[in-house]
Design a protein around this ligand. Structure first.
Ligand code: S6P
Ligand code: ZN
Length: 186
């Protein structure tokens, strides 16, 4: 039998799930140690705790092999010169993931212990992310960036491993003349 709870509608006008099972936001205060420019972080926090992104999830029952479907909405903006990004994580278990960009202009950063790679990630991009790469999306445009993720219910999140490795050393910043972005490596 197929249960109604296993369905969620997708609103194509607003690019959002109509019946998410969970919604959460990540704010600047949750992400402050991930930006290069701590004084800019503190200046913004004095004024307001910005929402950097929102994640709507549709999670079916936790049955082996089931898939989670989620929509991430990443705001445009910078902290100092650095563009807003998702925190980024490895999966705890050996499961890959698919990212589909619905709107906006961004970059997808992938890292393992020794290497980092940067890919264009904009409306229409579909990326298969191998299970051994930590993944982060950066919004380099001036509108909201939205993407769908599909991943196994048993994938799990490992944020700590990224932190232990010193984080992503690839930083995406506004270029000096403010036209476009620049890739810097720490
Ligand atoms: C889950 C998938 C996404 C992210 C979301 C937020 O495997 O990669 O749904 O959770 O984009 O990013 P992060 O790094 O804060 O979890
Ligand atoms: Zn993931």
């Amino acid at each position: 039998m197929i249960l109604e709870k296993d369905f969620s509608f997708f609103d194509w006008e607003y690019l959002q799930l109509e019946k998410p099972t969970d919604i959460y936001v990540k704010k600047l205060s949750d992400m402050k140690e991930h930006f290069i420019d701590n004084s800019s972080v503190l200046k913004i926090l004095d004024f307001a705790d910005l929402v950097l992104y929102k994640v709507e999830k549709f999670e079916p029952e936790k049955r082996k092999g089931n898939l989670i479907f989620s929509v991430t909405s990443l705001y445009p903006g910078t902290v100092g010169r650095e563009y807003f990004f998702t925190q980024g994580h490895y999966h705890q278990n050996d499961f890959a993931e698919i990212y589909i960009c619905l709107k906006g202009k961004g970059l997808l950063l992938l890292k393992d212990k020794n290497n980092e790679q940067v890919y264009n990630f904009e409306k229409g991009s579909i990326s298969h992310i191998n299970s051994n790469f930590a993944h982060r999306v950066v919004n380099i445009g001036d509108e909201m960036l939205k993407f769908i993720s599909v991943y196994n219910v048993d994938a799990g999140f490992d944020y700590e491993k990224v932190i232990k490795e010193g984080g992503f050393s690839t930083k995406i910043v506004k270029s000096e003349n403010s036209k476009g972005y620049k890739i810097e490596t720490l």
